[in-house]
Design a protein around this ligand. Structure first.
Ligand code: FES
Ligand code: FE2
Length: 355
């Protein structure tokens, strides 16, 4: 056996054990040790443009609220009143009347920056409530080129540092000029890791994606991994020998950015539990006029069809990972290198992980 053959054989690596794709205890760790520590795409700047506008949602099980401040910046909080844990609002978005956040339960009132302003029935003057100790619980919130991100942990990299090489590479893509056109959201019985692994190889493309293979030369499709930055850069070569004008990224743990001059497909796979995720996909286009509506809808449907093909096969994968028959497979050193890099990122984030 030649050295090259031997090194290729040696670099065949096992997949992660099947149990890691449906273990509630592991999911509890992933939620705290991965998802709470990373920036998570949450919304779009156009959903809360003016001071006092807010946007709420539940992400990896945490109800949160974002509020546009009078200076134009964003602040984020856990959507929980400090008095007796009511949700500050159950509306998805809107405007904070009177420039304050008023809890609907007993009317504790907070300034837009989360500071407690009023706690009726308590005698602040008598020292019953020290407002400084009863501000809303903060989370990190920031925005980049029209995309709003949150992070449950308040300490960590700035958003721009977290995005890393995406920032300069995407500089010439006119994200700010692209407008929301549509979205497709699906809840599926698939673990987020199984989704990420599928996204990070095109070994399956000839078998699974005839439509994609018509436009792309899959034999030259490559994925570069940057473990330090938690980043994957995917390249789509065209059949005529050139590259597409698209810029494709997967940012660990769950953000997928497909950017073009004329529009973007932006997706996340939010874990809802062990073996369950919500795939959220926004379609943005530079021109969202009525004249373009049909063309835009066709483009979004084309992209959604590829996701459907993926989800069909991975839903079956997930079922099999849960049966106890299959434990581990192997990864191709040529075709599944990025899957290995992804699994290494999971391992690095969860010290002591079995497998
Ligand atoms: S729970 Fe909010 S004021 Fe009582
Ligand atoms: Fe695929």
């Amino acid at each position: 056996m030649s050295i090259i053959e031997r090194s290729q054989v040696q670099s065949v690596v096992p997949t992660l054990p099947a149990s890691l794709y449906h273990d509630p205890a592991l999911f509890a760790r992933e939620r705290k040790e991965i998802f709470a520590r990373e920036w998570l795409l949450f919304g779009r700047s156009d959903q809360l443009r003016n001071p006092g506008d807010f946007l709420t949602g539940t992400i990896i099980g945490y109800p949160v609220i974002l509020v546009r401040q009078t200076d134009g910046t964003l602040r984020g909080f856990h959507n929980v009143c400090r008095h007796r844990a009511a949700m500050l609002t159950q509306e998805e978005c809107g405007h904070m009347q009177g420039g304050v956040i008023r809890c609907p339960y007993h009317s504790w009132t907070y300034d837009l920056d989360g500071a407690l302003a009023r706690s009726p029935g308590f005698g602040a003057a008598k020292g019953e409530v020290d407002p400084a100790e009863w501000s809303l619980f903060p989370i990190a919130a920031d925005e980049w080129r029209g995309l709003v991100f949150i992070r449950i942990a308040t300490e960590g990299l700035s958003l721009v540092d977290w995005l890393g090489p995406i920032v300069p590479l995407a500089a010439n893509y006119p994200l700010e000029n692209q407008k929301y056109f549509s979205e497709k959201n699906r809840d599926v019985a698939v673990d987020w890791k199984a989704y990420g692994e599928n996204y990070l190889e095109c070994y399956h493309c000839p078998s699974m994606h005839p439509g994609l293979c018509e436009s792309l030369d899959i034999s030259r499709y490559t994925i570069d991994s940057y473990p330090e930055q938690g980043l994957f850069h995917l390249y789509g070569p065209k059949r005529d020998g050139g590259m597409t004008d698209g810029l494709y990224f997967y940012r660990f743990p769950f953000l997928m950015l497909n950017l073009y001059e004329w529009g973007s497909s932006i997706a996340t796979v939010e874990p809802l539990g062990a073996g369950r995720l919500r795939h959220i996909n926004w379609y943005l286009f530079s021109d969202v006029s009525l004249a373009k509506a049909e063309e835009n809808a066709r483009s979004a449907a084309w992209s959604a069809q590829i996701i459907t093909e993926d989800l069909d096969i991975i839903t079956g994968v997930q079922r099999n990972l849960e049966t106890g028959i299959y434990d581990r497979g192997i990864l191709s050193p040529r075709k599944e290198r990025a899957v290995k890099a992804f699994q290494d990122m999971v391992r690095a984030a969860l010290p002591g992980l079995e497998g």
